[in-house]
Design a protein around this ligand. Structure first.
Ligand SMILES: Cc1cc2nc3c(=O)[nH]c(=O)nc-3n(C[C@H](O)[C@H](O)[C@H](O)COP(=O)(O)O)c2cc1C
Length: 199
């Protein structure tokens, strides 16, 4: 086979393109590594979180399972410093918002849930919440679920602060940011919590 100058140039271009794409591709840890390394992160560097990462996290949230695939949820993403500080000021266990780059509020919508039931809306949205925590870990970020539901005062405050309709349940506020190295994963595996075949 005759190797022409043109075919050599084409080959060179293909190899170069592959090298460039390989450099730009982010590599992610495998699923079990992400799950075992996830921990509640309460100490952030203060660095901002990119919109691309927040969209990737929201996409992970919406990939969660829901009863009959009803997806009874919405997600409020707060990036504004004033908005984050306003939440931190009132929510008693969410003071880490002062250094977070963003926060996601998972909102459960009973009227969109299976049989219009609050229970299904909460269960489904909780699955989405866990996906947010895992996606943050996978992206090299940190996050922590801070409780809003079922505390009525906190729900009322978050609704008012973020203009959430009365029929929608703000489940949590999840601060997200770049972790300092202070928070470590806990080993919570307990064999006594496993029951093989029956209780
Ligand atoms: C429903 C729920 C409410 C929580 N509320 C808070 C909270 O308000 N503030 C906080 O710092 N952590 C909160 N957490 C995080 C727990 O404290 C944390 O998940 C638990 O201590 C286990 O630690 P780990 O997440 O590092 O494994 C909450 C978690 C859940 C699931």
């Amino acid at each position: 086979m005759k190797i022409t100058r043109v075919s050599l140039i084409v080959l060179f271009m293909v190899i170069s393109c592959n090298a460039i794409f390989a450099q730009n591709e982010k590599s992610f840890p495998d699923a079990l590594t992400v799950i075992y390394n996830r921990r509640s992160v309460r100490h952030f560097t203060g660095e901002k979180v990119s919109q691309d990462d927040l969209i990737a996290i929201a996409k992970a949230a919406m990939a969660a399972p829901t009863a009959v695939n009803m997806q009874p949820w919405s997600f409020i993403i707060v990036t504004d410093r004033g908005g984050l500080d306003a939440l931190a000021k009132v929510l008693p266990y969410a003071k880490m918002l002062d250094k977070a780059g963003a926060a996601i509020i998972v909102c459960a919508i009973p009227e969109k849930a299976l049989q219009g039931k609050t229970e299904f809306a909460i269960i489904d949205s909780t699955c989405a919440g866990e996906n947010i925590l895992l996606a943050a870990e996978a992206l090299g970020l940190g996050a922590v679920w801070t409780g809003v539901y079922p505390d009525k005062n906190r729900m009322d405050f978050v609704r008012k602060q973020l203009n959430i309709p009365e029929s929608v349940i703000p489940l949590n506020v999840i601060p997200i940011g770049y972790p300092t190295s202070e928070d470590k994963p806990k080993d919570k595996f307990k064999r006594e919590n496993m029951h093989w075949e029956r209780w």
